[in-house]
Design a protein around this ligand. Structure first.
Ligand code: PDD
Length: 286
């Protein structure tokens, strides 16, 4: 089946889809993006994703590419044309095409690209056995709350993780505190059984999966706190896991050389995995 991409008002064969060489996303990473999961043909948490998109655009003073209603229609149309029942839809909005010059161009039209693809088969082994993370210095800018396409430190960090045989790299700030993964949020369960994730500030992206899990933790009456945690504390944790649209509640069983808990996914991580799956599939938890 041939894939289809939406590019600035047109649905094009994926192989022919292109943007202009002077798109500011290409030259300056002057743009933002979202990745939304598709489950059973439904967009998971569409509204919070589009709220976050609006916020990212507003922070960078990029005009919305179209109304929210129209954007919803485009997302669904790209999903439909690519026959994605389970997968992801990706959207990227940039400040558009202009002669290369750092200040905002006097007139520009926000450029919009949307693609969708089926998910790779879920990595059973990673879910059942847990994954490894390494820790690296957080070398990113001071506005990681904006979902900008400027992802070079994240790319370098993820590559380091891969080369170390790890799934993810947890980034660490100057105070020795974990900020987040390169494309995931970070969580631990303390020896006392308290669930901890960093509070949302400019140092991390406020993950939509993170937000859903915070709501689930509150609903379930779990002992839960939002605060920074150190690498040392993470290594002593009873459990650890990470969350993102593409890796919801994946247990971390090793951080650098430290084994977490008994080296297998812990009970709270497994429970939250099941509760989140029910949320994503729009059903009541079993
Ligand atoms: N990444 N932190 C960072 C730096 C991220 O890039 C992401 C998402 C998250 C988790 O956010 P959410 O739960 O909304 O997916 C946290 C996406 C999936 C990506 O870049 O592919």
């Amino acid at each position: 089946m041939s894939r289809v991409a939406y590019v600035n008002g047109r649905y094009l064969p994926h192989g022919d889809a292109a943007v202009h060489i002077e798109d500011r996303g290409y030259q300056f990473a002057d743009g933002v993006y979202e990745v939304i999961a598709v489950r059973g043909g439904r967009l998971v948490d569409e509204a919070p994703h589009l709220d976050r998109l609006d916020r990212s655009l507003a922070e960078l003073r990029i005009a919305p590419p179209m109304s929210r209603r129209a954007l919803g229609l485009v997302l669904r149309e790209v999903v439909r044309r690519n026959r994605v029942a389970d997968g992801i839809v990706y959207l990227q909005a940039t400040r558009g095409v202009a002669r290369r010059d750092h200040p905002f161009p006097p007139a520009s039209r926000t450029a919009l690209v949307v693609t969708a693809r089926r998910a790779r088969p879920p990595n059973r082994k990673a879910i059942e056995e847990g994954i490894k993370v390494i820790t690296i210095p957080d070398i990113r800018w001071a506005r990681c709350d904006i979902k900008s396409v400027s992802l070079l430190p994240n790319v370098l960090g993820k590559q380091r993780a891969r080369e170390s045989g790890a799934y993810e790299a947890w980034q660490v700030d100057r105070d020795g505190m974990v900020t987040e993964g390169t494309s995931t949020n970070a969580w631990i369960v303390t020896p006392a059984g308290e669930l901890v994730t960093r509070q949302t500030d400019h140092a991390i992206l406020n993950g939509i999966t993170r937000r859903a899990l915070v709501a689930i933790a509150r609903q379930e009456g779990l002992a839960f706190v939002e605060r920074p945690f150190s690498v040392g504390e993470a290594k002593e944790a009873r459990e650890a896991f990470l969350t993102s649209t593409t890796a919801p509640v994946l247990s971390v069983v090793r951080i650098d050389d430290a084994v977490i808990g008994d080296g297998r996914p812990g009970p709270l991580g497994r429970r939250l995995f099941a509760l989140y799956a029910a949320h994503a599939e729009g059903r009541d938890p079993a």
